[in-house]
Design a protein around this ligand. Sequence first.
Ligand SMILES: [Zn+2]
Ligand SMILES: [Zn+2]
Length: 348
Amino acid sequence: MKSYQFREYGKHLEAIEHPEPSPEGTEVLIRVLACGACHSDVHLWEGEYDLGNERKLDARSGRELPFTLGHEISGEVVRVGPGGPDALIGNRFVVFPWIGCRACNVCDREAEHLCLRPRALGTFVDGGYSDHVLVPHPKYLFDFGNLTPELACTYACSGLTAYSAVKKVTGYHGSHIVIIGAGGVGLSALMVAKALTDYEVIVVDIRQEARDAAERAGASHVLDGSDRNAHRHIKKISGGGVCAVIDCVGSEVSANLGMRGLAKSGILVVVGLFGGALQVSLPLLPLKDLTIRGSDLGSLSEMGELMELAKAGRIDPIPIETRALDEAQRTLYDLIEGNTVGRVILKP
Ligand SMILES: [Zn+2]
Ligand SMILES: [Zn+2]
């Protein structure tokens, strides 16, 4: 099989031929139909996250090189191990990639995506920038009904991340929420918020084309994040502040804007991993009764809930651009430059 791998962090992806793995036990071998390119692929490839104040989070441990990126995978089952059901062969699925060690307390309570010894596909174990990928158990496979493989794969990361983040703000009282960043996750969050909640959604992005995409996708309002008065506009539109901000950028500027746009008892959910640090005036937390929290990915059961909604046609599709897998490297550069709208899907 052929995979696009990097041999060293930050070095060009190379097409590397290697023997097709043979599934053992409950393992399932998938022929990849589509694999989304996610911004976190850039961080993994570079091997670090920017923590702000010139500190870096080293992201290089826990995986062997050369490594295959790609965690938004849909594909067709071609072989199953001796412990798996043959009936799966020929069926198409989207893969839940956020697999844990499957032995710890965290994994036991159905939170494998938060496991401290992750075995996640495309982030710690070889992923979908390849023509084949090995999945440890059929329970990680989800039927995608009549959806296309290109759309279905986006639910595994950007869709799931968006779903889990929106679920965390559904109980808050207010008429409006803000979503910052209208990339893959932000647009997905907009779609999920429209499906799950009655909130009017204000989408903030510094890029005109991303704001246009959000408007077409049903945002009630769009704002330019580089406008110095963006927080004033948020307050004006929402009548004093929003009950929730989902920050899909995760930069100092975006999180600050989110904090300034919140009403009393509001919540800022940081989802994006752009990098930076947030300075918070501590008295504001009690005085405004604010909550700041993060949301990382989503659970296996949330993936099931999300796929039911998606299959039922309750979540509008995000814009998708399809490219050949051999454009993986160019795609990483485009993600760094911010030259993509919606999701880029690679096809082997
Ligand atoms: Zn991702
Ligand atoms: Zn675990």
